[in-house]
Design a protein around this ligand. Structure first.
Ligand code: RP5
Length: 170
């Protein structure tokens, strides 16, 4: 795989089934990534080390997903000036994911985390690519193709609904 430009982090191995959307879409786009599990609460020193070293390793964007008291994205943001994308995960005994949404979204002034939808790991991957694509023409080109394919797919479905009527599509 190509040099990692995106670091994908998650609070636990139990987050993998949700977080896999990020590496999947980066693979579709041909963008290199690194991926690991680490926890703001259980392995705080590992989080600090990874976040502090990310820029030197050539990482451009960090995606961090966590559930429950989801402090991982915010703590990572405390240790780097790289852009952080937070993915709130609906985990365990969560009250509908609201715990993680608020923990990731409500960052104090000066330390932003760009928060995607609950379980929105695929969008986190796309947003990471778009941030990189703002200054990397090769990635921008890949994204343009990606969006074009999406448009074609959605328009084909729209044509089908219009042609067959809604009952046939249920
Ligand atoms: C969070 O606690 C993790 O991100 C995960 O969503 C949740 C539960 O973790 P496990 O107990 O399954 O390891 O820190």
């Amino acid at each position: 795989m190509s040099t990692p430009l995106v670091s994908i982090l998650m609070g636990s191995k139990s987050d993998l089934p949700i977080m896999k959307g990020a590496p999947e879409v980066l693979e579709e786009l041909g963008i290199g990534y690194e991926l690991t599990t680490l926890s703001a609460h259980r392995t705080p020193h590992r989080v600090m080390k990874l976040a502090e070293g990310a820029k030197k390793r050539g990482i451009k964007v960090i995606i961090a997903g966590a559930g429950m008291a989801a402090h991982l994205p915010g703590v990572v943001a405390a240790f780097t000036t790289l852009p952080i994308i937070g993915v709130p995960i609906i985990a365990g005994n969560s009250p509908g994911g609201l715990d993680a949404v608020l923990a990731i979204l409500q960052m104090p002034p000066g330390v932003p985390v760009a928060t995607v939808a609950m379980n929105g790991s695929r969008n986190a991957g796309i947003l990471a690519a778009q941030i990189i694509g703002a200054s990397d023409p090769e990635v921008a080109e890949k994204l343009a193709n990606f969006k074009e394919k999406m448009r074609e797919k959605v328009e084909t479905l729209a044509d089908e609904v219009e042609e067959k009527g809604y009952k046939a599509m249920l």
